[in-house]
Design a protein around this ligand. Structure first.
Ligand code: HEM
Length: 562
């Protein structure tokens, strides 16, 4: 006690010394500047913490916040913290605090009841380093977002989705041909199912969003499907397809949420004020990761802008009657262009950069997530024979495996209840998007805490999905837990499983991807069953980026049923 009084006295004497007398002493000025800088830096670093300090959370390490806990506990970090601090707690990503919410009733409060006060997503550091990813639906805000969403949502109306079944089916069949040749030619050798499903999902969304056939599911060939006239106007050319996809994959996989991203992304976590200036410098220095990412993103943007521009020219020609071909395309790009007011109008929400970003975002949001879900189902079913038998019985009951009847959109929604359960359980078991970002637009009360405007509130549905309160024996793959007649299902909170998010900002592609996933699984299980490859690690290793992925892919053996 007397020691601290002594220290305080000495400190106040020093302060007095600094401010006594009117002579300009260089040493005094230097010390004052140092103090001001140190106080400024401390205020900059601690200000966000100060605003939400009342929310419980683990002690923070200066600069790192809780990033070291991510390294220590890996993907389970939020479950461990929720056990210790309850369903709402503070987690610091570097300087930035996030209020993590891990409770279904609070999901409802944040996502639905208080949507007016929490309508947007916060922009994490990897995205703020990537302008290409910022202008899609995901990160736009306010009225621009609602106008964009209202336009895009029409692509996902039931009648439109139903009309997409044949397109989806044709890509699924191409991918299945790949499997047939691999199962017969290589006599039980492995296939990397996750790659195959990614190629297929990319093709499906490429066609639905851009009206472009990337041709990735074609057996032994990545040739683009060429309809010559159309091709001239809106297609990627053969030799550019793989380049485009490579750039797309590079650009996406660099969006890391930990300290393994580019230097500017890391700075964005630790001291966001420095992120943009440093990015501007580093992107000009060849060889740095920022330089590579910038180059890739610029190439990607140029390619996307070309596609969009060609389509605008085509549309204008059609309006002038100079092109009389039937180009009644139903893809997202055509749809957005059709709803655009004249270029002279002042209310153009979908300027060319926003169109490119939104269409590209569909490729981004619709490929890896759908492919991950498909791979999870096949992987999990292949080591649960009871589930496999029940599933095969349901699919064969719809029509025998030598019949080619394609289910309609209505069939998919109503005639495969067990398949629905299997998909739900796989999505619970391997959660592709375990965190859902939101940001408060006004001061708002959540879970008993008053949160100021600008607070990052992140839902953690991945934590609830593995919580035994809602899902007894959470580490058991058990589709029966979703049987509408079972106790567990009847007593579960309706928002305990939200893999597609919640409220007005929930995933726009939910029905689209479920239609694709069901159609794929029905087609696959009519012809094949799958077994784990001995060359695959056990348990499966996951990789955590903007979405979760399989670290080494999903390798399976294919067995022909016919
Ligand atoms: C299994 C597949 C998918 C999963 C698990 C998934 C998951 C999600 C999640 C968790 C969100 C955030 C929701 C929220 O904040 O409440 C989201 C948003 C979004 N998803 Fe998906 N998604 C999938 C497929 C797709 C597909 C196929 C598309 C496009 C066709 C798509 C497009 C989008 C878009 C545009 C948003 C932003 C919506 C907005 O802010 O208005 N997703 N998705």
């Amino acid at each position: 006690m007397s020691l601290s009084v002594d220290i305080l006295q000495r400190f106040s004497m020093k302060i007095e010394w600094l401010f006594t007398g009117y002579t300009i002493n260089p040493l005094k000025i230097f010390i004052i500047i140092v103090i001001v800088v140190v106080v400024g830096v401390l205020m900059y670093l601690y200000e966000p913490y100060w605003m939400v300090r009342k929310v419980r959370g683990p002690p923070i390490v200066p600069l790192l916040g809780h990033i070291h806990l991510m390294a220590k506990y890996g993907p389970d970090v939020f479950s461990i913290l929720a056990n210790k601090y309850g369903p709402i707690f503070r987690f610091h990503l570097g300087r930035q605090p996030m209020i993590i919410v891990a409770d279904p009733e609070l999901f409802k409060e944040v996502g639905i009841k208080k949507f007016k006060d929490i309508p947007n997503r916060s922009i994490p550091s990897p995205i703020s380093a990537s302008p290409l990813h910022q202008k899609g639906l995901f990160f736009t805000r306010g009225t621009r977002w609602s106008t964009m969403r209202n336009t895009v949502v029409s692509l996902y109306q039931p009648s439109h989705l139903a009309s997409l079944v044949p397109t989806m089916q044709s890509f699924i069949e191409s991918a299945t041909q790949n499997l047939e040749s691999s199962s017969s030619s290589s006599k039980g050798s492995d296939i990397v199912f996750s790659d195959l499903s990614l190629r297929m999902a990319t093709d499906v969304i490429g066609q639905a969003a851009f009206g472009v056939n990337f041709g990735l599911s074609k057996p032994q060939s990545v040739d683009v499907d060429v309809d010559h006239d159309h091709n001239q106007k809106n297609m990627l050319y053969n030799d550019e397809v793989s380049d485009f996809i490579k750039q797309h994959i590079y650009s996406t996989t660099q969006l890391k949420m930990d300290l393994s991203g580019s230097l500017s992304i890391i700075l964005g976590l630790l001291a966001p004020i420095l992120q943009e200036p440093v990015r501007q410098i580093l992107k000009r220095i060849p060889g740095t990761m920022d330089w590579k990412v910038d180059r890739t993103n610029r190439k990607l943007s140029t390619r996307l802008d070309e596609i969009v521009l060609n389509r605008i020219i085509l549309q204008e020609k059609m309006q002038l009657g100079a092109d009389d071909h039937d180009h009644d395309s139903k893809d997202l790009l055509s749809l957005i262009l059709k709803t655009r007011p004249d270029s002279g109008s002042r209310n153009v929400v979908f300027t060319q950069d926003y169109i490119s970003a939104t269409v590209y975002e569909h490729l981004l949001a619709g490929s890896a997530t759908t492919a991950f879900t498909l791979s999870s189902v096949v992987y999990l079913v292949s080591r649960h024979p009871n589930v496999e038998n029940k599933l095969l019985a349901e699919i064969d009951g719809f029509c025998p495996h030598d019949d080619d009847q394609i289910p309609t959109s209505h069939d998919l929604q109503h005639k495969f209840p067990y398949l629905d359960q299997v998909i739900k359980e796989a999505m619970r078991f391997y959660f592709v998007s375990p965190l859902i970002a939101r940001e408060t637009a006004n001061q708002v009360e959540i879970g008993g805490y008053l949160l100021p405007k600008g607070t990052w509130v992140w839902l953690a549905p991945g934590v609830v999905a593995k919580d035994a309160t809602h899902f007894p024996e959470p580490d058991k793959f058990n589709p029966e837990r979703f049987d509408p007649d079972c106790e567990e299902e009847r007593h579960r909170h309706p928002y305990a499983l939200i893999p597609f998010g919640i409220g007005p900002r929930a995933c726009i592609g939910q029905k689209f991807s479920l239609q694709e996933i069901k159609l794929s699984l029905i087609h696959l299980y009519r012809k094949f069953v799958f077994r784990h490859s001995p060359n695959m690690e056990c348990p499966l290793e996951l990789e955590f980026g903007i979405v979760v992925n399989f670290k080494h892919g999903v390798k399976l053996r294919v067995i022909n049923r016919i």
